[in-house]
Design a binder for this molecule. Structure first.
Ligand code: 3PG
Ligand code: MG
Length: 397
Protein backbone atom coordinates (compact mmCIF):
# COMPACT_ATOMS: atom_id res chain seq x y z
CA UNK A 1 0.00 0.00 0.00
CA UNK A 2 1.55 3.33 -1.07
CA UNK A 3 1.26 6.13 1.45
CA UNK A 4 1.42 9.88 1.73
CA UNK A 5 5.23 9.96 1.98
CA UNK A 6 5.51 8.24 -1.41
CA UNK A 7 3.25 10.90 -2.87
CA UNK A 8 5.13 13.76 -1.22
CA UNK A 9 8.39 12.35 -2.54
CA UNK A 10 6.90 12.45 -6.04
CA UNK A 11 5.95 16.09 -5.50
CA UNK A 12 2.42 17.50 -5.28
CA UNK A 13 3.01 21.21 -5.82
CA UNK A 14 0.27 22.58 -8.04
CA UNK A 15 -1.50 19.20 -8.27
CA UNK A 16 -5.11 18.72 -7.21
CA UNK A 17 -5.12 16.17 -4.42
CA UNK A 18 -8.55 14.71 -3.65
CA UNK A 19 -8.61 13.64 0.00
CA UNK A 20 -11.41 11.41 1.28
CA UNK A 21 -11.73 12.25 4.97
CA UNK A 22 -14.19 11.05 7.60
CA UNK A 23 -15.49 14.35 8.94
CA UNK A 24 -18.66 12.69 10.22
CA UNK A 25 -18.63 14.55 13.54
CA UNK A 26 -21.43 14.60 16.10
CA UNK A 27 -23.59 17.74 16.02
CA UNK A 28 -25.73 19.18 18.80
CA UNK A 29 -29.35 18.45 17.85
CA UNK A 30 -30.57 21.89 18.96
CA UNK A 31 -27.79 24.23 17.93
CA UNK A 32 -26.16 22.24 15.11
CA UNK A 33 -22.77 22.90 16.70
CA UNK A 34 -19.95 20.35 16.50
CA UNK A 35 -19.83 18.59 19.87
CA UNK A 36 -16.63 16.62 19.27
CA UNK A 37 -14.08 17.61 16.64
CA UNK A 38 -11.78 14.62 17.14
CA UNK A 39 -12.28 13.36 13.60
CA UNK A 40 -11.39 16.76 12.14
CA UNK A 41 -8.21 16.93 14.20
CA UNK A 42 -7.30 13.38 13.21
CA UNK A 43 -6.97 14.28 9.54
CA UNK A 44 -4.88 17.44 10.10
CA UNK A 45 -1.47 15.76 9.74
CA UNK A 46 -2.33 14.64 6.21
CA UNK A 47 -3.92 17.95 5.20
CA UNK A 48 -1.12 20.09 6.68
CA UNK A 49 1.54 18.06 4.91
CA UNK A 50 -0.26 18.53 1.59
CA UNK A 51 -0.74 22.27 2.19
CA UNK A 52 2.93 22.71 3.02
CA UNK A 53 3.90 20.82 -0.11
CA UNK A 54 1.87 23.28 -2.20
CA UNK A 55 -0.95 20.95 -3.27
CA UNK A 56 -4.43 22.12 -4.17
CA UNK A 57 -6.24 20.14 -1.51
CA UNK A 58 -9.81 19.04 -2.27
CA UNK A 59 -11.42 17.39 0.76
CA UNK A 60 -14.58 15.29 0.58
CA UNK A 61 -16.55 13.51 3.32
CA UNK A 62 -19.94 12.27 4.37
CA UNK A 63 -21.83 13.55 7.43
CA UNK A 64 -24.66 11.55 8.94
CA UNK A 65 -26.94 9.49 6.75
CA UNK A 66 -28.85 11.76 4.36
CA UNK A 67 -30.79 9.83 1.76
CA UNK A 68 -29.02 10.67 -1.50
CA UNK A 69 -30.31 14.25 -1.78
CA UNK A 70 -29.34 17.58 -0.21
CA UNK A 71 -30.56 17.94 3.37
CA UNK A 72 -29.43 21.11 5.19
CA UNK A 73 -29.19 19.49 8.63
CA UNK A 74 -26.34 17.34 7.24
CA UNK A 75 -24.42 20.14 5.53
CA UNK A 76 -20.64 20.08 5.97
CA UNK A 77 -20.51 23.90 6.09
CA UNK A 78 -19.91 24.08 9.88
CA UNK A 79 -17.13 21.54 9.45
CA UNK A 80 -15.44 23.78 6.85
CA UNK A 81 -15.40 26.55 9.44
CA UNK A 82 -13.88 24.38 12.14
CA UNK A 83 -11.36 22.85 9.75
CA UNK A 84 -10.26 26.34 8.73
CA UNK A 85 -9.74 27.33 12.38
CA UNK A 86 -7.66 24.23 13.03
CA UNK A 87 -5.57 24.64 9.88
CA UNK A 88 -5.14 28.35 10.50
CA UNK A 89 -6.28 29.22 6.98
CA UNK A 90 -9.73 29.59 5.43
CA UNK A 91 -11.27 26.51 3.83
CA UNK A 92 -13.20 27.19 0.64
CA UNK A 93 -16.59 25.52 0.79
CA UNK A 94 -18.38 24.16 -2.27
CA UNK A 95 -22.18 24.23 -2.11
CA UNK A 96 -22.43 20.92 -3.94
CA UNK A 97 -20.25 17.82 -4.28
CA UNK A 98 -19.55 17.48 -8.00
CA UNK A 99 -21.63 20.28 -9.57
CA UNK A 100 -20.89 23.82 -10.75
CA UNK A 101 -19.96 25.07 -7.31
CA UNK A 102 -17.51 22.21 -6.73
CA UNK A 103 -15.91 22.62 -10.15
CA UNK A 104 -15.42 26.37 -9.84
CA UNK A 105 -14.26 26.16 -6.22
CA UNK A 106 -11.60 23.64 -7.21
CA UNK A 107 -10.61 25.58 -10.34
CA UNK A 108 -10.02 28.72 -8.26
CA UNK A 109 -7.79 27.05 -5.66
CA UNK A 110 -4.27 28.41 -5.43
CA UNK A 111 -1.37 26.14 -4.52
CA UNK A 112 -1.47 25.32 -0.81
CA UNK A 113 -5.17 26.12 -0.44
CA UNK A 114 -7.91 23.81 0.81
CA UNK A 115 -11.50 23.27 -0.37
CA UNK A 116 -14.20 21.15 1.22
CA UNK A 117 -16.95 19.71 -0.97
CA UNK A 118 -20.54 19.40 0.27
CA UNK A 119 -21.67 16.06 1.79
CA UNK A 120 -20.93 13.10 -0.49
CA UNK A 121 -24.20 11.43 0.58
CA UNK A 122 -26.26 14.25 -0.95
CA UNK A 123 -25.67 12.19 -4.11
CA UNK A 124 -27.38 8.85 -4.71
CA UNK A 125 -24.35 7.45 -6.46
CA UNK A 126 -22.15 7.61 -3.35
CA UNK A 127 -23.81 4.75 -1.50
CA UNK A 128 -25.55 3.01 -4.41
CA UNK A 129 -25.42 -0.79 -4.57
CA UNK A 130 -25.49 -0.49 -8.35
CA UNK A 131 -21.92 -0.53 -9.70
CA UNK A 132 -22.79 1.64 -12.72
CA UNK A 133 -24.56 4.29 -10.64
CA UNK A 134 -21.69 4.38 -8.15
CA UNK A 135 -19.18 4.40 -11.00
CA UNK A 136 -20.84 7.36 -12.71
CA UNK A 137 -20.61 9.39 -9.50
CA UNK A 138 -17.02 8.25 -8.96
CA UNK A 139 -16.17 9.55 -12.46
CA UNK A 140 -17.45 13.02 -11.55
CA UNK A 141 -15.63 13.01 -8.23
CA UNK A 142 -12.38 11.75 -9.72
CA UNK A 143 -12.50 14.59 -12.26
CA UNK A 144 -11.90 17.01 -9.36
CA UNK A 145 -8.47 15.56 -8.53
CA UNK A 146 -5.24 14.43 -10.16
CA UNK A 147 -4.42 12.05 -7.34
CA UNK A 148 -6.40 10.51 -4.49
CA UNK A 149 -5.56 10.16 -0.78
CA UNK A 150 -7.75 8.04 1.49
CA UNK A 151 -7.58 9.28 5.06
CA UNK A 152 -11.14 8.30 6.00
CA UNK A 153 -10.43 5.35 8.23
CA UNK A 154 -13.94 5.47 9.72
CA UNK A 155 -15.41 4.74 6.28
CA UNK A 156 -13.01 2.13 4.86
CA UNK A 157 -15.56 -0.61 5.58
CA UNK A 158 -18.06 1.04 3.23
CA UNK A 159 -18.22 0.03 -0.43
CA UNK A 160 -19.03 3.59 -1.42
CA UNK A 161 -18.00 5.53 -4.52
CA UNK A 162 -15.58 7.87 -2.72
CA UNK A 163 -13.97 4.99 -0.83
CA UNK A 164 -14.02 2.08 -3.25
CA UNK A 165 -14.45 3.41 -6.81
CA UNK A 166 -12.46 6.64 -6.95
CA UNK A 167 -9.14 4.90 -6.15
CA UNK A 168 -9.74 2.69 -9.19
CA UNK A 169 -9.78 5.88 -11.30
CA UNK A 170 -6.86 7.90 -9.89
CA UNK A 171 -3.35 7.22 -8.61
CA UNK A 172 -3.97 6.57 -4.90
CA UNK A 173 -2.23 6.44 -1.54
CA UNK A 174 -3.18 5.96 2.11
CA UNK A 175 -3.07 9.08 4.27
CA UNK A 176 -1.29 9.29 7.62
CA UNK A 177 -4.38 8.44 9.65
CA UNK A 178 -5.34 5.37 7.63
CA UNK A 179 -1.76 4.14 7.79
CA UNK A 180 -1.53 4.56 11.57
CA UNK A 181 -4.92 2.94 12.19
CA UNK A 182 -3.99 -0.10 10.14
CA UNK A 183 -0.60 -0.39 11.84
CA UNK A 184 -2.18 -0.30 15.29
CA UNK A 185 -5.04 -2.67 14.58
CA UNK A 186 -2.74 -5.16 12.92
CA UNK A 187 -0.93 -5.41 16.26
CA UNK A 188 -4.19 -6.72 17.75
CA UNK A 189 -4.87 -9.26 15.05
CA UNK A 190 -1.27 -10.40 14.83
CA UNK A 191 0.23 -11.71 18.03
CA UNK A 192 -0.99 -9.45 20.85
CA UNK A 193 0.91 -9.48 24.11
CA UNK A 194 -1.08 -11.40 26.75
CA UNK A 195 -3.31 -11.25 28.64
CA UNK A 196 -5.41 -9.70 25.87
CA UNK A 197 -8.59 -8.22 27.35
CA UNK A 198 -11.45 -6.83 25.27
CA UNK A 199 -14.22 -4.63 26.67
CA UNK A 200 -17.39 -4.38 24.61
CA UNK A 201 -20.39 -2.19 25.24
CA UNK A 202 -23.00 -0.39 23.22
CA UNK A 203 -26.63 -1.18 22.77
CA UNK A 204 -26.97 -4.21 20.53
CA UNK A 205 -25.58 -7.73 20.62
CA UNK A 206 -26.58 -8.19 16.99
CA UNK A 207 -24.18 -5.38 15.97
CA UNK A 208 -21.32 -6.99 17.87
CA UNK A 209 -22.00 -10.66 17.24
CA UNK A 210 -19.54 -11.03 14.36
CA UNK A 211 -16.73 -9.43 16.32
CA UNK A 212 -17.50 -11.49 19.43
CA UNK A 213 -17.37 -14.66 17.32
CA UNK A 214 -14.06 -13.58 15.81
CA UNK A 215 -12.48 -12.47 19.09
CA UNK A 216 -13.62 -15.25 21.39
CA UNK A 217 -10.92 -17.77 20.39
CA UNK A 218 -8.22 -15.06 20.54
CA UNK A 219 -8.86 -13.09 23.70
CA UNK A 220 -8.12 -14.07 27.29
CA UNK A 221 -11.06 -12.14 28.71
CA UNK A 222 -14.13 -10.52 27.20
CA UNK A 223 -15.87 -7.98 29.45
CA UNK A 224 -19.40 -7.08 28.44
CA UNK A 225 -21.33 -4.00 29.55
CA UNK A 226 -23.63 -1.46 27.93
CA UNK A 227 -27.16 -2.13 26.72
CA UNK A 228 -26.12 -5.43 25.21
CA UNK A 229 -25.23 -6.98 28.57
CA UNK A 230 -28.92 -7.49 29.38
CA UNK A 231 -29.40 -10.03 26.63
CA UNK A 232 -26.44 -11.93 28.10
CA UNK A 233 -27.86 -11.61 31.64
CA UNK A 234 -31.16 -12.99 30.34
CA UNK A 235 -29.24 -15.89 28.80
CA UNK A 236 -27.78 -16.50 32.27
CA UNK A 237 -31.34 -16.90 33.50
CA UNK A 238 -31.83 -13.47 35.10
CA UNK A 239 -34.86 -11.24 34.69
CA UNK A 240 -33.89 -7.86 33.25
CA UNK A 241 -37.01 -5.77 33.88
CA UNK A 242 -37.60 -3.27 31.08
CA UNK A 243 -33.92 -3.11 30.10
CA UNK A 244 -32.88 -3.31 26.46
CA UNK A 245 -33.34 -6.90 25.38
CA UNK A 246 -32.89 -8.66 22.05
CA UNK A 247 -35.03 -11.69 22.75
CA UNK A 248 -34.05 -13.43 19.52
CA UNK A 249 -30.38 -13.26 20.54
CA UNK A 250 -30.71 -14.95 23.95
CA UNK A 251 -29.91 -18.44 22.64
CA UNK A 252 -26.94 -17.10 20.70
CA UNK A 253 -25.58 -15.42 23.85
CA UNK A 254 -26.01 -18.63 25.86
CA UNK A 255 -24.17 -20.54 23.18
CA UNK A 256 -21.27 -18.03 23.19
CA UNK A 257 -20.90 -18.35 26.95
CA UNK A 258 -20.94 -22.16 26.79
CA UNK A 259 -18.33 -22.19 24.06
CA UNK A 260 -15.81 -20.24 26.09
CA UNK A 261 -16.43 -21.02 29.74
CA UNK A 262 -15.01 -18.39 32.07
CA UNK A 263 -13.86 -16.05 29.32
CA UNK A 264 -16.91 -13.81 29.20
CA UNK A 265 -17.34 -11.54 32.23
CA UNK A 266 -20.79 -10.04 32.77
CA UNK A 267 -21.97 -7.37 35.22
CA UNK A 268 -22.72 -8.52 38.76
CA UNK A 269 -24.57 -5.31 39.57
CA UNK A 270 -26.31 -2.64 37.50
CA UNK A 271 -27.76 0.83 37.96
CA UNK A 272 -31.49 0.38 37.38
CA UNK A 273 -33.75 3.39 36.75
CA UNK A 274 -37.46 4.14 36.55
CA UNK A 275 -37.14 5.72 33.12
CA UNK A 276 -34.67 6.57 30.38
CA UNK A 277 -34.12 10.10 31.65
CA UNK A 278 -31.28 12.05 33.27
CA UNK A 279 -33.29 12.67 36.44
CA UNK A 280 -34.95 9.26 36.73
CA UNK A 281 -35.03 7.61 40.16
CA UNK A 282 -32.35 4.90 40.23
CA UNK A 283 -30.52 2.43 42.46
CA UNK A 284 -27.70 -0.03 42.21
CA UNK A 285 -29.10 -3.57 42.27
CA UNK A 286 -27.58 -7.04 41.87
CA UNK A 287 -27.62 -8.28 38.28
CA UNK A 288 -29.98 -11.06 39.34
CA UNK A 289 -32.29 -8.64 41.12
CA UNK A 290 -33.41 -6.08 38.55
CA UNK A 291 -36.95 -5.00 39.51
CA UNK A 292 -39.54 -5.80 36.84
CA UNK A 293 -40.51 -2.14 36.30
CA UNK A 294 -36.96 -0.84 36.02
CA UNK A 295 -34.33 -0.70 33.29
CA UNK A 296 -30.58 -0.96 33.61
CA UNK A 297 -28.76 2.13 32.35
CA UNK A 298 -25.22 1.49 33.61
CA UNK A 299 -23.03 -1.18 35.14
CA UNK A 300 -22.68 -0.97 38.94
CA UNK A 301 -19.63 -0.23 41.12
CA UNK A 302 -18.90 -3.87 41.98
CA UNK A 303 -18.82 -4.66 38.27
CA UNK A 304 -16.51 -1.72 37.62
CA UNK A 305 -14.16 -3.03 40.32
CA UNK A 306 -14.21 -6.52 38.79
CA UNK A 307 -13.61 -5.22 35.29
CA UNK A 308 -10.84 -2.94 36.60
CA UNK A 309 -9.13 -5.92 38.25
CA UNK A 310 -9.20 -7.88 34.98
CA UNK A 311 -7.90 -4.86 33.07
CA UNK A 312 -5.06 -4.29 35.54
CA UNK A 313 -3.61 -7.69 34.55
CA UNK A 314 -3.83 -7.02 30.82
CA UNK A 315 -0.94 -6.35 28.46
CA UNK A 316 -3.19 -5.61 25.48
CA UNK A 317 -6.63 -3.98 25.66
CA UNK A 318 -9.26 -3.20 23.06
CA UNK A 319 -12.34 -1.25 24.11
CA UNK A 320 -15.42 -0.52 22.01
CA UNK A 321 -18.71 0.84 23.25
CA UNK A 322 -19.84 2.69 26.37
CA UNK A 323 -20.79 0.77 29.53
CA UNK A 324 -23.92 2.82 30.12
CA UNK A 325 -25.76 5.96 29.08
CA UNK A 326 -22.68 8.11 29.73
CA UNK A 327 -24.36 11.19 28.23
CA UNK A 328 -26.45 11.33 31.43
CA UNK A 329 -24.28 12.04 34.48
CA UNK A 330 -26.17 9.57 36.69
CA UNK A 331 -25.26 6.72 34.32
CA UNK A 332 -21.71 7.70 33.36
CA UNK A 333 -19.79 6.06 36.21
CA UNK A 334 -19.43 2.68 34.53
CA UNK A 335 -17.93 4.11 31.36
CA UNK A 336 -15.71 6.46 33.36
CA UNK A 337 -14.55 3.70 35.70
CA UNK A 338 -13.68 1.33 32.88
CA UNK A 339 -11.95 4.08 30.90
CA UNK A 340 -9.88 5.05 33.95
CA UNK A 341 -8.94 1.42 34.60
CA UNK A 342 -7.73 1.18 31.00
CA UNK A 343 -5.54 4.26 31.39
CA UNK A 344 -4.01 2.83 34.59
CA UNK A 345 -3.22 -0.59 33.14
CA UNK A 346 0.34 -1.23 32.03
CA UNK A 347 -0.94 -2.31 28.65
CA UNK A 348 -1.09 -1.33 24.99
CA UNK A 349 -4.65 0.01 24.79
CA UNK A 350 -6.79 0.76 21.77
CA UNK A 351 -10.11 2.58 21.96
CA UNK A 352 -12.21 1.69 18.95
CA UNK A 353 -14.83 3.89 17.59
CA UNK A 354 -16.66 7.12 17.31
CA UNK A 355 -18.80 6.67 20.44
CA UNK A 356 -16.10 5.38 22.77
CA UNK A 357 -13.66 8.01 21.54
CA UNK A 358 -16.27 10.72 22.05
CA UNK A 359 -16.95 9.30 25.54
CA UNK A 360 -13.26 9.58 26.43
CA UNK A 361 -13.27 13.25 25.48
CA UNK A 362 -16.73 14.04 26.88
CA UNK A 363 -15.68 12.62 30.26
CA UNK A 364 -12.59 14.80 30.22
CA UNK A 365 -10.15 11.88 30.25
CA UNK A 366 -6.61 12.37 29.04
CA UNK A 367 -6.49 11.06 25.48
CA UNK A 368 -2.73 10.62 25.62
CA UNK A 369 -3.01 7.98 28.35
CA UNK A 370 -4.48 5.56 25.81
CA UNK A 371 -2.21 3.81 23.32
CA UNK A 372 -4.43 4.68 20.39
CA UNK A 373 -7.90 6.12 19.92
CA UNK A 374 -9.33 4.88 16.66
CA UNK A 375 -11.55 7.17 14.61
CA UNK A 376 -13.45 4.19 13.21
CA UNK A 377 -16.16 2.34 15.11
CA UNK A 378 -17.61 -0.03 12.52
CA UNK A 379 -14.34 0.04 10.59
CA UNK A 380 -12.17 -1.06 13.53
CA UNK A 381 -14.63 -3.82 14.45
CA UNK A 382 -14.71 -5.14 10.89
CA UNK A 383 -10.92 -4.99 10.76
CA UNK A 384 -10.75 -7.13 13.92
CA UNK A 385 -13.31 -9.52 12.42
CA UNK A 386 -10.77 -10.12 9.67
CA UNK A 387 -13.08 -8.89 6.94
CA UNK A 388 -11.79 -7.44 3.70
CA UNK A 389 -12.38 -3.71 3.92
CA UNK A 390 -13.32 -2.23 0.52
CA UNK A 391 -11.39 0.98 1.15
CA UNK A 392 -8.19 -0.79 2.17
CA UNK A 393 -8.45 -3.33 -0.64
CA UNK A 394 -8.84 -0.49 -3.13
CA UNK A 395 -5.63 1.12 -1.84
CA UNK A 396 -3.74 -2.15 -2.09
CA UNK A 397 -4.63 -2.59 -5.78
C1 3PG B 1 -19.02 6.29 11.39
O1 3PG B 1 -19.44 7.26 12.01
O2 3PG B 1 -19.05 5.14 11.86
C2 3PG B 1 -18.41 6.50 10.05
O3 3PG B 1 -18.30 7.84 9.75
C3 3PG B 1 -19.20 5.76 9.00
O4 3PG B 1 -20.52 6.23 8.97
P1 3PG B 1 -21.68 5.27 8.52
O5 3PG B 1 -21.81 4.20 9.58
O6 3PG B 1 -22.89 6.13 8.40
O7 3PG B 1 -21.29 4.66 7.19
MG1 MG C 1 -20.89 3.89 12.48
Amino acid sequence: MRNLDDLLAEGVSGRRVLVRADLNVPLDKQTGEITDDGRIRAVLPTLSALVQAGAKVVVCSHLGRPKGAPDPQFSLRPVAGRLGELLGAPVHFAEDTVGDSARSTVAELADGQVALLENLRFNKGETSKDDAERGAFADQLAALGDVYVDDAFGAVHRKHASVHDVPARLPHVAGRLVLREVEVLSRLTGDPERPYVVVLGGSKVSDKLAVIEALLPTVDRLLIGGGMCFTFLKAQGHEVGTSLLEAEMVDTCRNLMERAPGKIMLPVDVVAADAFAPDAAHDTVPADGIPSHRLGLDIGPETVAGFAAALSQAKTIFWNGPMGVFEMAAFANGTRGVAEAITKADAFSVVGGGDSAAAVRALGLDESSFGHISTGGGASLEYLEGKTLPGIAALEN
